[in-house]
Design a protein around this ligand. Structure first.
Ligand SMILES: CO[C@H](O)c1c[n+]2c([nH]1)[C@H](O)[C@@H](O)[C@H](O)[C@H]2CO
Length: 446
């Protein structure tokens, strides 16, 4: 039976807009996700995060669930507009009090707080001035980060500057499926550059404030496999690896955007202004860990059209989740090995891994989500292999503690170890909750 190290951190993860609700309560400012979800047609099931899991009012009950689960750490995000309703300037004390109370309850329960500074809910007031395309947002983020480092200087175990800058840049500004819903590749490139600069300024502030804990960033990383061993499919896979993975890994760990991608974008008419030497060292300054969110791999071949000239394939022999994502546990081993060898991060945390299933209570009100147990087990065994081979992985967080608002899919996709009945807001522990409880307690995957 594979045992994880005694000091290995097992946790669960959530995000503010997806669980808190209270979208306009106690002085909170509007976020771009409030605006996006309130705009008809953007959310598949027509729901919003206005109430979500009502965690803002039920956080004590939810911390009790975390304590029962026995996790070592809990990853959550802070809602920027709950702290700075206009993005900068005036502080909303009631918003700050909420997080003070949450962190206090976690400490009482012996659970390490892991804070994501930005999990996509930008203050709408900043978006009204250009959002992440605008240098002002970069500066406002650094002020927001520094304020939080000062406010929680000793209580936080891990600080994550950004959750998935790739999604913020390309899903929010090119694909348009996420807030702010732009479809402009040039904007997406500019946003990716500004997110990296804002990350660098936040790390600088963290060091200057001498904040306790560790600081890093979370990237969504996916192994990319060519559909065939033809030269054009291999090149397509390399382009996709650049687009999905190396576009952020290279600047963060090598101080440069990947040359092949810069050339490809320039050929397609999207020249990105060069980073200055000062900007390169700001972005690539040392961080204490890399967070990796892993869910699936991608299989690609040469395709027509679109900027990348690729076609995606779903191997017919594989199993797929409720999101239509392939279940491919080996991909977690592959990406951890590759990142460890090619980028040598100080430390790695798997900050998200999980599966959406059409969970429903049975006649006795129980939820036997055996497929989620199988998914988590297979991915933990793959991760254990990488740890066993010496990769510097110190923790793993299941996405998610509870079912929540799944962005463009609304409330229709369930990732939780705990089921949420959205009519009563009752929490129901699934079979996977009890399975993971044993893993956390024993540090063993069986
Ligand atoms: C494409 O998978 C991404 O890595 C990814 C998956 N997920 C995420 N990123 C986000 O960080 C979460 O907010 C989502 O709720 C979660 C489940 O969809």
């Amino acid at each position: 039976m594979p045992y994880f190290p005694e000091d290995f951190i097992f946790g669960v993860a959530t995000a503010s807009y997806q669980i808190e609700g209270a979208w306009n309560e106690d002085g909170k400012g509007e976020s771009i996700w409030d605006r996006f979800a309130h705009t008809p047609g953007n959310i598949q099931d027509g729901t919003t995060g206005d109430v979500a899991c009502d965690h803002y009012h039920r956080f004590e009950e939810d911390v009790a669930l975390l304590k029962e689960l026995g996790v070592d750490a809990y990853r959550f995000s802070i809602s920027w507009p709950r702290i700075f309703p206009e993005g900068r300037g005036r502080v909303n004390e009631k918003g700050l009090d909420f997080y003070r109370s949450l962190i206090g309850k976690l400490q009482e329960a012996g659970i390490k707080p892991v804070v994501t500074l930005y999990h996509w809910d930008l203050p709408q007031k900043l978006q009204d001035k250009g959002g992440w395309e605008n240098q002002e947002t970069v500066e406002a983020f650094a002020e927001y980060a520094r304020f939080l480092f000062q406010s929680f200087a000793k209580e936080v175990f891990l600080w994550i500057t950004h959750n998935e800058p790739w999604v913020v840049s390309f899903v929010g500004h090119y694909e348009g499926r996420h807030a702010p819903g732009k479809r402009d590749f040039k904007s997406a490139l500019q946003v990716s550059r500004n997110l990296l600069l804002s990350h660098g300024l936040a790390v600088q502030a963290f060091r200057e404030e001498k904040t306790l804990g560790s600081i890093g960033i979370t990237l969504n990383l996916t192994p990319v496999h060519p559909f065939s061993d033809s030269e054009e499919d291999i090149l397509a896979a390399k382009r996709c690896d650049g687009y999905f993975n190396r576009w952020f890994l290279d600047p963060l760990f090598k101080g440069e955007f990947p040359e092949d991608m810069l050339l490809w974008y320039e050929k397609k008419g999207f020249a990105l202004p060069q980073l200055s030497e000062e900007e390169k060292s700001l972005i690539a300054q040392p961080i204490d860990f890399l967070g990796i969110n892993y869910y699936f791999r991608r299989v690609v071949g040469k395709g027509e059209g679109a900027i990348f000239e690729v076609e995606f394939f779903n191997p017919p022999q594989s199993e797929y989740t409720d999101m239509g994502w392939e279940i491919y546990p080996e991909g977690l081993y592959e990406i951890v090995k590759r990142v460890s060898e090619e980028y040598q991060p100080e430390d790695i945390y798997i900050t998200e891994n999980g599966i959406a299933l059409p969970d429903q209570p049975d006649s006795k009100g129980r939820i036997n989500d055996q497929r989620r147990i199988d998914y988590l087990r297979s991915h933990l065994l793959a991760l254990h292999r990488a740890v066993d081979e010496g990769c510097p992985v110190s923790g793993y967080f299941v996405w998610s503690l509870m079912d929540n608002f799944e962005w463009g899919f609304g409330l229709s996709k369930r990732f939780g170890l705990v089921y949420v009945d959205y009519t009563t807001l009752q929490r129901i522990k699934k079979a996977s909750f009890y399975w993971y409880q044993k893993v956390v307690k024993s540090k063993r995957v069986d």
